[in-house]
Design a protein around this ligand. Structure first.
Ligand SMILES: Cc1cc2nc3c(=O)[nH]c(=O)nc-3n(C[C@H](O)[C@H](O)[C@H](O)COP(=O)(O)O)c2cc1C
Length: 212
């Protein structure tokens, strides 16, 4: 039996010890990320690795502010309360020693080029681009990073919620367009001793169809 324990033991970690992560360990995780498959091997990712506490706190502040700005736009109290309740899940990185920002660069492929400027092919273009290969590529890289981190004894969390503050995060970071667009954030650190249990999975028969 193949040992897949390193996959089954990974879970999202949202609380971290106040302990630095050595740079060589970060490099190993990032290297693992880049060994992910990428559409047409375009490797259209970029990673900013932030270890500066003030920068991480600044990002958490703009994300928190934007979150409440959205909550206050709600048409009713229920939606407002619901949005506010989730604030902590959008700022879990605020006490992490490391925050990785993951960017996606555009994915270029010949079918897009052929179809792009032909109004009569709009439906075909939409279908061809709907797989969002550049985003799927980022997902593969993030999962590699998460698995590497878990296997090395660190905790991490895949986060897209804070992307609702992309413009503000760019203001904090100073945006370099050549890195692509911010798609995900990953706090990394030594997990707190009391971390939430891994949530149960749907039974395989609910999500898998074997076609013989
Ligand atoms: C695309 C994606 C986005 C996510 N965004 C967030 C997020 O913004 N905040 C958060 O706390 N968790 C986020 N998560 C983590 C999920 O909540 C978590 O993976 C799920 O509850 C399963 O738990 P596990 O990772 O411990 O197995 C995200 C996960 C994925 C795959």
């Amino acid at each position: 039996m193949t040992n897949l324990e390193f996959i089954y033991k990974r879970k999202s970690i949202r609380k971290f010890k106040d302990q630095e992560v050595p740079k060589e360990d970060l490099i190993e995780m990032l290297k693992a990320a880049t060994y992910a498959p990428s559409a047409k091997h375009q490797q259209n990712w970029h990673f900013d690795v932030i270890t500066n506490k003030e920068k991480i706190e600044e990002i958490a502040k703009v994300v928190g502010d934007r979150h409440m700005e959205i909550a206050n736009l709600a048409d009713n109290e229920k939606d407002q309360a619901n949005m506010s309740k989730f604030l902590k899940y959008y700022t879990v990185f605020k006490n992490a020693p490391v925050l990785v920002l993951v960017y996606a660069k555009p994915y270029k492929t010949v079918e897009y080029k052929i179809l792009k400027d032909k109004p009569e092919c709009k439906e075909l273009y939409n279908m061809a681009t709907s797989s969002q290969a550049e985003i799927q590529t980022i997902g593969a890289a993030v999962e590699n990073l998460l698995l590497a981190a878990a296997n090395m004894g660190y905790g991490a969390c895949y986060m897209t919620g804070p992307v609702h503050s992309r413009d503000k995060i760019y203001e904090v970071m100073g945006h370099d367009e050549t890195k692509g667009e911010l798609m995900a954030l990953i706090p990394v650190g030594v997990p707190e001793d009391s971390s939430a249990p891994q949530p149960p999975r749907l039974p395989l028969e609910d999500v898998v169809t074997f076609i013989d």
